[in-house]
Write a protein that binds this ligand. Structure first.
Ligand code: ACO
Length: 331
């Protein structure tokens, strides 16, 4: 069996928050943020919006493009580290989207979540007889950053993106080599730890264990370590995907790296000697949207006519964990 990408979609919160707006709440400025990161704007989820709502909107657009009914989807992979419910966002998306009750579950792998979802979709299709797999990447990191910490709050934005992966004949196969990794030792460089506060607001019975009230710490990041790590690991992973699939870099039409920082994207392209005008980037408008960043950038590039049917894309993700990897896909 082969698998191909047949539809994409994305969704954004309404509220824009520019570097100028940020400079009113923390000690920063447009020049610092744009020169160090390439980011100028981002979207922030309001209290009336939800991660699930964005995910459903992105998924509906992907289904519409693919001309596939929601009830014909047999698997939903909801890639997110910031679902609206502790037990995951996939069931809520499934309930809103379709009546047919397809298998639906969460993949929590930070900014690499979408890439891992995409590769998982191909495995379900190739080995499990699945036909239409909806891969959704969505995150609302704005809920977890400390809005008084200029080191982190300037970097992130909220969004959702979705791709429908469909079973096809082997000769139409559009997901070629992939390469993925986790190094748990790097978890200290980026985390939002779960904290047990010693209060008893939740009414937990005293069983000899201290009563707790669980909260999540604000996001903590060592930006320089991540920068250094990623600019080595991502080009290596790309080389590995090329080798596994038997592709040459000259056969790749577009480079789509997780949109975390323009300097990282430029470093990766330079290390590979990849032409600048074939690098996809929309980070300027949305910041780092975590698991949403790859499908959001792909959706924009497809809908604007930049990426055309039949073109080959090298995509690479990285994020907390640390997790990272790459995959070669044909649109
Ligand atoms: N505005 C103004 N000044 C700032 C800001 C800000 N927003 N943030 C930091 N500074 C200051 C620092 O306090 C520091 O000042 P000091 O020298 O007086 O101490 C100075 O700027 C330099 O800070 P650095 O941290 O050294 O800046 P650096 O050049 O490393 O850039 C950045 C920081 C942009 C975070 C960079 O390290 C980076 O992009 N790293 C990768 C991070 C990343 O990609 N994370 C996400 C990946 S995983 C995921 O996607 C979930």
């Amino acid at each position: 069996k082969g698998c191909k990408l047949v539809g994409c979609g994305s969704a954004l919160p309404k509220h824009q928050f520019s570097n100028i707006d940020l400079a009113k709440i923390v000690d920063t400025n447009d020049e610092w943020i744009s020169s160090r990161t390439g980011i100028r704007n981002r979207r922030i989820l309001s209290d009336k919006e939800s991660t699930t709502g964005l995910a459903v909107e992105a998924a509906q657009k992907a289904l519409q493009m693919a001309e596939v009914e929601a009830d014909d989807v047999d698997l939903i992979l909801f890639c997110s580290s910031t679902p609206d419910d502790l037990f995951g966002g996939a069931p809520e998306v499934q309930k809103t989207l379709c009546k047919s009750n397809p298998l639906a579950y969460d993949i929590r792998a930070a900014c690499s979540g979408f890439l891992i979802g995409l590769v998982s979709a191909s495995c379900y299709i190739r080995g499990g007889g699945f036909k239409n797999v909806l891969v959704i990447g969505t995150d609302s990191i704005s809920r977890y950053v400390d809005w008084t910490d200029r080191n982190t709050c300037v970097l992130f934005g909220d969004a959702a993106g979705a791709i429908l992966v469909q079973a096809c004949d082997r000769d139409e196969d559009a997901l070629f080599g992939f390469d993925m990794h986790t190094d748990g030792d790097g978890s200290r460089y980026l985390s939002a730890a779960i904290k047990q506060n010693k209060t008893n607001h939740s009414g937990r019975p005293d069983l000899g264990i201290s009563p707790t009230d669980t909260t999540i710490s604000h996001l903590q990041m060592n930006g320089q370590q991540i920068f250094r790590f990623v600019t080595n690991a991502v080009p290596q992973s790309i080389e590995a995907s090329l080798e596994k699939s038997g592709h040459k870099l000259s056969e790749i039409d577009w480079l789509l790296v997780h949109q975390a920082n323009q300097r990282i994207i430029d470093h990766v392209a330079k290390k590979l000697d990849f032409p600048k005008d074939r690098v996809i980037s929309n980070l300027k408008n949305y910041g780092n949207t975590s698991a949403a960043s790859i499908p959001l950038a792909l959706d924009e590039a497809v809908r604007s006519g930049k990426v055309k049917k039949g073109e080959t894309i090298m995509t690479a993700g990285f994020g907390a964990g640390l997790t990272w990897g790459s995959a070669i896909v044909r649109w």
